[in-house]
Design a protein around this ligand. Structure first.
Ligand SMILES: Cc1ncc(COP(=O)(O)O)c(C=O)c1O
Length: 448
């Protein structure tokens, strides 16, 4: 089963000379704020494979931060983009065209409000995850007339002021930008691996904590919405305990609070279902999507129950580039491919991947937990102290060694390596990645 790493794929010292030159030019003219983890300088890509400017070949198991759902340069997506671009590049969301309406229809068909709750959905099309979250928050305030929100510690929702007010996976995201939006209260995200509350059911404990807030400091009648990632991404690739999302839904219904699921990272087939919330059969009132939706072209969407979004009056919310024909064409081709087989591939290759990582866990005590669904997988690393102390330095070292071995990874949370390859990844590529990961773990543990 073990594929051997192919050292011939890495031909130069990393970063190579062309990469180094590009990084030096960048340092002069591009903002230093980007949180870049290692010096990969892209030349081109195909499927799961990418090449740097020095001709080194890598397996991309972070897919441009869970964006390249269909793999790099999928021919069907590229053709859809080329065809749309040849017709017109822009008209603005104040006008109508086939690609935008077609996208609205596709999203309405796959929206969990429809597939789980049987309620029709409408979409507001935008350009990014953060813009989708801003739209969702504005919609919730607009229709409820309520000022407050509840979010979750460890959540990541974007970096513009509204979404940033909820983002709390690392303090550096908020540091220096206070004050953010008033009226946002954070509560813990349930994590059975690192329980914060007494008892076995961390989900029930978090719901009780919210009830306590409702009694003491956050009047529920003032809460417009609860915003949550149904599977928490940047905060550590966490899977909620069974029953938690249903409990949250019931709590929202009890108090007339809207439930917003941020599926910017977990949606569009990544977990083996179109949206992660389908694993628990719980539908939100509003859902945000982006990342995988456009296979790399910048597009996002606020998807809401029609009964809610139809309350927006003309001019209440808008943008210039929403519904851009080229990005909508990419999204339409992406959704057709995801529904046409890639989502099923994510489920089956994901099962294989998780099984291979659990094999690895038997050999490496530093692997505390392997968790996830489909191609949304986290591997949490811990110190060898019997206390599950997060092995943050080891996690960083594994990601760095993996880059040097030809495998692109990212971390999340305090010490979790996350795996989010394109949904088109094959079992052979997963096996190759496992071999590269084994080498990387050995090197990182040896302090290389
Ligand atoms: C769950 C979630 N929401 C929102 C965002 C923000 O998306 P963008 O970077 O496109 O603004 C991200 C980005 O990582 C995310 O993971």
């Amino acid at each position: 089963m073990n594929a051997t790493p192919n050292p011939n794929h890495i031909k130069t010292a990393l970063p190579g000379p062309k990469a180094l030159a590009m990084i030096a030019r960048d340092a002069e003219v591009i903002s230093p704020s980007y949180p870049r983890d290692y010096p990969f300088v892209m030349s081109h890509g195909r499927g799961t494979e990418v090449w740097d400017v020095d001709g080194n070949r890598f397996l991309d198991f972070m897919a441009g931060i869970a964006v390249c759902a269909t793999g790099h340069a999928h021919p069907q997506v590229v053709k859809a983009v080329q065809d749309a671009a040849a017709k017109f590049l822009h008209i603005s969301s104040d006008y109508w065209h086939e690609e935008m309406v077609g996208l609205g229809e596709r999203l309405a068909a796959v929206a969990p409000m429809q597939t789980i709750a049987g309620e029709p959905a409408m979409s507001f099309i935008c350009q990014s995850g953060t813009e989708a979250v801003e739209g969702a928050l504005k919609l919730a305030r607009y229709v409820t007339g309520r000022p407050r929100f509840i979010g979750f510690l460890g959540g990541f929702h974007g970096r513009t002021f509204g979404s940033l007010s909820f983002t709390s996976s690392k303090y550096t995201q908020q540091k220096g930008f206070s004050p953010t939006l008033a009226g946002v209260t954070h509560v813990p995200y349930p994590n059975p691996y690192r329980p914060l509350f007494a008892g076995d059911d961390q989900g029930a404990a978090v719901l009780d904590y919210i009830r306590m807030l409702f009694q003491r400091s956050v009047p529920p009648s003032e809460v417009a919405a609860i915003l949550i990632e149904p599977m928490q991404g940047e905060g550590g690739y966490l899977t909620p305990p069974d029953g938690f999302l249903a409990g949250l839904r019931a709590l929202c219904d009890e108090h007339g609070i809207l439930l917003i699921f941020d599926e910017v990272q977990s949606g569009i087939g990544r977990t083996g279902r179109m949206f992660a919330c389908e694993h628990w059969g719980v539908a939100p009132d509003i859902l945000t999507s982006a990342k995988g939706l456009g296979s790399g072209l910048p597009i996002g969407a606020v998807i809401a129950k029609k009964s809610i979004m139809s309350q927006w009056k003309r001019g209440a919310h808008g943008n210039t580039y929403g519904g851009n024909p080229v990005t909508c064409a990419a999204a339409n081709a992406t959704l057709d491919l995801v529904r046409g087989g890639l989502m099923d591939n994510a489920a089956s290759v994901g099962d294989h991947f998780i099984a291979r990582l659990r094999e690895l866990q038997r050999d490496y005590p530093c692997i505390g937990e392997v968790r996830g669904k489909g191609l949304w997988i986290g591997m949490e690393l811990v110190e060898n102290d019997g206390k599950k102390t997060p092995a943050t330095a080891l996690c960083d070292a594994v990601v760095t060694r993996a880059y040097h071995n030809g495998l692109l990874l990212l971390s999340c949370g305090t010490s979790t390596v996350r795996f989010m390859p394109p949904l088109s990844v094959t079992t052979a590529e997963v096996d190759e990645a496992i071999a590269l990961l084994r080498t990387s773990l050995d090197q990182a543990l040896a302090g290389a």
